[in-house]
Design a binder for this molecule. Structure first.
Ligand SMILES: *[C@@H]1O[C@H](CO)[C@@H](O)[C@H](O)[C@H]1NC(C)=O
Length: 357
């Protein structure tokens, strides 16, 4: 009898006793639930608050100069030309003379740290394309640009020299010394060159262009394309429908750098597809032709076509391992015909002294 009663009370929701018990249990459950949620939210809110305050303080202590720039960096896209930063007043005349033989007592940037940071970022990205030159070139502007946003790289004061058709990038010298610009395949639009000339009083310029006889922006100008020998090569000028029948004059690449340019430091090297057959993949790497000649190159703006995937691959893979250059501002033109990238030497002591210290 007793057993029966107990069972009935337990399993029927209709008895008054059960309803009372059930209501009581339900409300306790609800109260406990609400208390738990409130505690959970309060704890979260407090720790979130702590975190943001902490990280703000940290950021502020570590990079006091860069807080605004980092907030704005989200909008950069590789597909379009990056808007030029506001031109900071740059007064070349007020800079001290360069002493490239010693490090600056107060370096502005830590080049070695930049190189390591970039290597970490880029080697991970490029691993995907370890066997795939086409893929590396095709994806170049859409992958490697994230390394521009890295902490130290984003603080490099890259200036855009935009001629309305394309952007050349440059870091300006921190001290006075002759600056050499070499353009392989100069264009008729020389606004970028003129703008740099206005800022740097001591600029020596060399230019080549196989399609035009004259270019007033350059101190020394040759109507040639670079080649691997001194034979003529044919080149197609997209603006000239008869050009496929034309041969252009060429100069051997080694002779051009050894004799025509003849300097041991090229501050800025600009390479366009009209350069000819310049084998940059043999010149720019460690133990490459430039190093054998004793020629150093500090900054490069390079423009390559879809057909250059293999050359590009041969240049980039060793370059990223060597930690000598970092790559920035990768871009593709609208139809993807051209890929542009800026390379900055972060290993050569003279380049580092002049541009990063
Ligand atoms: C040019 O070549 C000569 C002979 O090999 C060499 O002594 C000289 O250092 C080279 N100059 C440059 C700028 O590479």
């Amino acid at each position: 009898m007793v057993n029966y009663q107990l069972l009935r009370n337990d399993f029927s929701a209709n008895t008054e006793k059960f309803k009372e018990f059930y209501r009581y249990r339900k409300s306790v459950f609800y109260y406990c639930g609400i208390i738990l949620i409130v505690v959970f939210l309060a704890v979260n809110f407090l720790s979130y608050d702590d975190e943001t305050i902490d990280s703000q303080e940290q950021n502020y202590a570590e990079h006091p100069r860069n807080i605004v720039a980092e907030q704005e960096s989200g909008q950069k896209l590789p597909f379009t030309t990056t808007p030029s930063p506001p031109l900071i007043p740059y007064k070349y005349e007020e800079l001290p003379a360069c002493d490239l033989s010693t490090d600056s007592p107060k370096p502005l940037h830590n080049a070695e740290a930049i190189a390591n940071e970039f290597f970490k970022c880029a080697s991970m990205i490029l691993l995907r394309f370890a066997m795939n030159p086409q893929g590396m070139l095709f994806n170049w502007p859409y992958t490697i640009y994230v390394c521009d946003e890295e902490d130290l790289s984003s603080r490099i004061p890259l200036i855009s020299f935009d001629n309305g058709q394309k952007q050349y990038w440059a870091v300006l010298p921190t001290c006075q010394e002759k600056t050499t610009l070499v353009t392989l395949g100069a264009s008729e639009n020389t606004k970028s060159e003129e703008d740099i000339k206005k800022l740097l009083k001591d600029l020596e310029t060399f230019g080549t262009d196989p399609f035009h006889g004259k270019n007033n922006a350059y101190g020394k100008f040759n109507q040639v394309a670079l080649s691997t020998d001194d034979h003529e090569i044919s080149m197609v000028d997209s603006n000239d429908k008869f050009s496929d029948k034309n041969f252009v004059a060429t100069v051997d690449q080694r002779e051009f750098f050894n004799v025509t340019v003849g300097t041991y430091k090229i501050d800025m090297l600009w390479i366009t597809p009209n350069a000819g057959n310049f084998e940059y993949e043999k010149y720019l790497n460690k133990d490459g032709e430039f190093e054998k000649m004793g020629v150093k190159v500090c900054q490069i703006n390079i423009e390559i076509t879809k057909n250059d995937a293999d050359k590009w691959f041969k240049l980039i893979n060793p370059l990223v391992q060597e930690k000598r250059f970092i790559f920035m501002r990768p871009m593709a033109t609208e139809g993807g015909e051209l890929i542009r990238t800026y390379l900055l030497n972060v290993a050569d002591p003279e380049c580092v002294r002049k541009y990063l210290q």
